[in-house]
Design a protein around this ligand. Structure first.
Ligand code: GLA
Length: 395
């Protein structure tokens, strides 16, 4: 008797572990809990958005960071696919910008300086001679005000931050709103908007690091992930990773991802630009026409899990970064050490150093105008390496 009960229990457990968890019992909604306090004693919250398929995105009010993102594989098994930390303390000491909102200026401004209407603005040099990701205390190191807001097609969280005139050297009081929406079509949509009271420069992005196998112990590197980028050109850089101003054709270079190619296929190529970046750390010029709206920028396929991530954006560029500066010293969620190339980033943006590059699309925001950009990370699954074009995300 006992033995047969045991057998049934074992069979049941086996069956459960093979059953897809997709669609089971996941109640959609938004939950909120404490994520700790900043060293100054400010309370930080963690919001968890769950959609009707059980996909989950957790967002911290500190840095507006995406702390975890759980999406299913081919068999319906959910894994967290973004690097991050277990509590706010990790984000306070973080130097890698895991999951964070980046501003006022995503990526580098050469010599930490730019001019607008004859006025020269000097920023903090927090990356060699240059300014990186908004300065010493960028938008990734501030506490945002959060509000759950209604969404037609999922769960939405609105974050706001008022950046003061002169903050980190940038002119103008800038009011920033970022809305994260987790849709029922398994998209994480990020809408950025801002207004200013004085002419300034703005370039907002999100710095999530993805590993589509999952980010737990033993996930390994991202070299076998297959990437396609909708770009015929990229912006080559100098030794300080500042664009030279050239828009160079990707054809015949390791930067040609027009056809799906493994990230690792040419990452150690004997190529000047690859060497300067220590791998990929470059802005790609997206193939788009004015008025295109939200367009496909990149698609990443992970062959073993079957997870696919598409990036759609209204932005003209995307920074493809392969975690070259990760060295295992950052201990993330569950104490996992994040090694070099444990994850990749696709940071949608205007081009680095645009304030000093008259030929690049403008990043100037004037009083009375509204900065507004949208980026969507869309998740799906498919067997094998073959990928088809998916329909445009809901927006
Ligand atoms: C961006 C930069 C990289 C690096 C990372 C953060 O992707 O281009 O050089 O600074 O952010 O570590």
């Amino acid at each position: 008797m006992k033995r047969s009960i045991l057998r049934i229990a074992i069979l049941g457990a086996m069956l459960m572990s093979t059953l897809p968890s997709r669609g089971t019992a996941a109640a959609s909604g938004t939950a909120k809990k404490s994520f700790g306090k900043t060293p100054e004693g400010e309370a930080v919250e963690l919001y968890t958005l769950t959609n009707k398929n059980g996909v989950e995105a957790s967002i911290s009010t500190y840095g507006g960071a995406v702390v975890s993102l759980k999406v299913p594989d081919l068999h319906g098994t959910f894994e967290d696919i973004v690097l991050g930390y277990d509590s706010v303390d990790g984000y306070v000491s973080d130097k890698s910008y895991f999951g964070a909102l980046i501003g006022r200026y995503g990526n580098r401004i050469g010599h930490a300086q730019f001019s607008l209407d004859g006025n020269t603005y000097t920023l903090a040099k927090n990356n060699g001679q240059n300014s990186l990701h908004g300065g010493i205390k960028g938008f990734n190191k501030v506490v945002w005000t959060a509000k759950e807001i209604p969404a037609k097609d999922g769960q939405a969280l609105e974050l706001t931050y008022a950046s003061k005139d002169g903050e980190e050297g940038f002119p103008g009081n800038l009011n920033v709103t970022v809305v994260y929406t987790l849709t029922d079509s398994n998209e994480l949509k990020i809408e950025y908007s801002a207004t200013t009271d004085k002419k300034t420069v703005v370039n907002l992005t999100n710095h999530s690091y993805f590993n589509l196998v999952g980010v737990g112990l033993g996930s390994g590197d991202i070299l076998k992930h297959v990437l396609m980028i909708e770009a015929d050109k990229f912006t080559p850089v100098d030794a300080g990773l500042i664009p030279t101003g050239e828009l160079r054709a990707v054809a015949g270079t390791p930067f040609d991802f027009r056809k799906p190619t493994a990230i690792g296929a040419r990452i150690d190529a004997n190529d000047e630009q690859i060497k300067l970046g220590g791998g990929y750390d470059h802005n790609f010029v997206l193939r788009r026409k004015p008025g295109d709206g939200l367009a496909l920028a990149a698609r990443v396929t992970e062959p073993t899990s079957g997870r696919i991530m598409e990036v759609w954006t209204t932005e003209p560029g995307v920074q493809f970064y392969t975690g070259n500066f990760l060295d295992g010293s950052a201990r993330g969620k569950g104490g996992v050490a994040y090694a070099k190339r444990a994850a990749f980033c696709l940071e949608t943006q205007h081009f680095p150093d645009s304030p000093n590059q008259p030929k690049f699309p403008s990043v100037v925001l004037s009083p009375g105008a509204r900065y507004h950009t949208t980026t969507v990370y869309k998740f799906s699954t498919q067997k094998g390496r073959e990928v088809t074009i998916h329909k445009s995300p809901s927006h």
